[in-house]
Design a protein around this ligand. Structure first.
Ligand SMILES: C[S@@+](CC[C@H](N)C(=O)[O-])C[C@H]1O[C@@H](n2cnc3c(N)ncnc32)[C@H](O)[C@@H]1O
Ligand code: SF4
Length: 369
């Protein structure tokens, strides 16, 4: 992979409402800002894109689907700057209430081949607490339309572990999610982030043993329905893995464009400003982190062990000229049975998956060679 950048993330920060749990870079939709944002985005892309052939594009948010058809046309004209590989995975993220049939058709006609839809829950009481503004009917209608026009690759997001949520609620949600018959489901245990309504309301996290039971319920239910868990929070049927997200977990390079986007361009990782006014004024960058061999190795472990398959010994050797199983911390974690040697790959032991983050923390600040 050395030398190649083949992925692009584009952040569209506009939302029609602000969800009670969300700390992502976002602002309320405001048409004059959207117009200026698109102009600025084009400048940023033209300044930085070096013409590589792109294999994955992800337009995320925020809520890209709040853009009007006219604004989407402008956005896609900008996206046409990229030289797309013929097999390019092109994902567009949206919310059920702003993804109209017209927009779905537009996306289909403009080479988008993967949709990621923020469904989150089917329980009205939870949707209301989250300040989500869609109905079950909207979800069913839009997914059925997307399938009808030929979208095979659809992801839906689910959030669980609300203070008032019961195992029964989650069971009902899982049943409804399965009935959507989409090939990819991302499941996220609620994080009470600072600067969110939930945080201000001093909400408490769900008890850890319930959270663990919920995680196990998700794993088992999705497994029984033939979804393969391929990352801590991600499940796919028939190998519909997210190629774009695998770029991140494989610690490969990618461009990030837009307010609050991050990127990894060989020598450095960077984060763009989260301020819409700074972004619109052309001051894109918030910070830059120079990548050394040591920090590169650290990211490879932190991201790579999120994958259920783990890290490929061969790829690791080709990239770093080091034998994975001979690295001291890997040796120790194998001995403690927190990692398992599966021959071609080393991965996190399934019993430790739930507490994966605490294992990943052990990699921070370690000497690897
Ligand atoms: C930032 S959102 C963007 C997509 C779209 N705007 C939406 O609302 O679905 C991406 C996903 O991250 C998840 N997410 C965001 N904040 C979270 C939190 N505090 N805890 C758990 N999951 C969260 C949600 O499942 C959400 O669909
Ligand atoms: S979860 Fe999605 S829709 Fe809600 S505020 Fe965040 S980005 Fe916007």
């Amino acid at each position: 992979m050395e030398g190649s950048i083949h992925s692009v993330y584009i952040h569209i920060p506009f939302c029609d409402h602000i969800c009670s749990y969300c700390d992502f870079p976002k602002v309320l939709s405001f048409s004059p800002w959207i117009e200026r944002y698109l102009e600025t985005l084009e400048k940023e892309i033209r300044m930085n894109y070096k013409g590589e052939r792109i294999k994955t594009i992800y337009i995320g948010g925020g809520t890209p689907s709040v853009l009007s058809l006219e604004q989407l046309r402008k956005l896609f004209k900008i996206v046409s700057i990229f030289k797309k590989d013929t097999t390019c995975e092109f994902t567009f993220e949206g919310n059920p209430e702003s993804l109209s049939e017209e927009k779905i058709l537009f996306l289909k006609e403009n080479f988008v081949n993967r949709l990621s839809i923020g469904v989150e829950s089917f329980q009205e009481k939870l949707l209301k607490k989250m300040n989500r503004h869609h109905t079950k009917e909207e979800v069913l209608k839009i997914i059925s339309y997307a399938k009808k026009v030929g979208f095979l690759n659809i992801n839906v997001d689910l959030i669980y572990a609300f203070e008032e949520e019961t195992i029964e609620d989650l069971k009902k949600d899982l049943k409804e999610f399965l009935s959507l018959e989409v090939p990819h489901i991302s499941t996220y245990s609620l994080i009470l982030e600072e600067h969110t309504r939930f945080y201000i309301e001093k909400r408490k996290p769900i008890l850890e043993d319930i959270d663990f039971s919920m995680y196990q319920l998700i794993q088992q239910t999705l497994k029984d329905s033939l979804y393969e868990q391929y990352e801590i929070s991600n499940f796919a049927k028939n190998s519909f893995f997210s190629k774009h997200n695998l770029t991140y977990w494989n610690n490969e390079y990618y461009y990030g464009f837009g307010m609050g986007a991050s990127g990894y361009l060989k020598e450095y990782r960077y984060n763009n400003t989260k301020s819409i006014l700074k972004y619109l004024s052309g001051a894109f960058l918030l910070n830059k982190e120079k990548m050394t061999r040591q920090s590169n190795l650290e990211y490879t472990f932190l991201l790579g062990f999120r994958k259920i398959k783990g890290i490929s010994k061969e790829n690791f050797f080709n990239r770093y000229h080091l034998v994975l199983e001979e690295i001291p911390i890997i040796k120790r974690l194998l001995k403690e049975k927190k990692l398992v040697d599966k021959g071609k790959f080393i991965s996190i032991s399934s019993e430790y998956l739930y507490v994966e983050n605490s294992i990943l923390l052990e990699f921070i600040g370690e000497k690897y060679e």
